[in-house]
Design a binder for this molecule. Structure first.
Ligand SMILES: [Zn+2]
Length: 87
């Protein structure tokens, strides 16, 4: 009878230890996945640049580059270049 009780206690301890380890593993895995997702998002957004004409910020991938300056669209690029010419 005593032996059965000891076995039961050991079994319960092992069960809770396993549960705790499993929860720790799951949290660790979630943290890792969040970290990886964050990196992917930052890489997708890329470097931010500013339109020389209207000062709006936009990703480098969507911006137009002309003579070392960045522009949000071809209309602003043309307007800026026209203003530069007239000065
Ligand atoms: Zn612009």
């Amino acid at each position: 009878m005593n032996l059965l009780l000891i076995r039961l206690i050991i079994f319960a301890l092992l069960f809770f230890a396993g549960l705790k380890l499993y929860r720790m593993y799951r949290e660790w895995k979630l943290d890792r996945e969040e970290l990886l997702e964050g990196d992917d998002q930052a890489a997708a957004e890329g470097h931010m640049v500013r339109c020389r004409y209207c000062q709006v910020h936009l990703p480098e991938a969507d911006a137009l580059r002309e003579r070392g300056d960045w522009f949000c669209c071809s209309a602003h690029r043309d307007k800026y270049l026209e203003e530069q010419k007239s000065e």
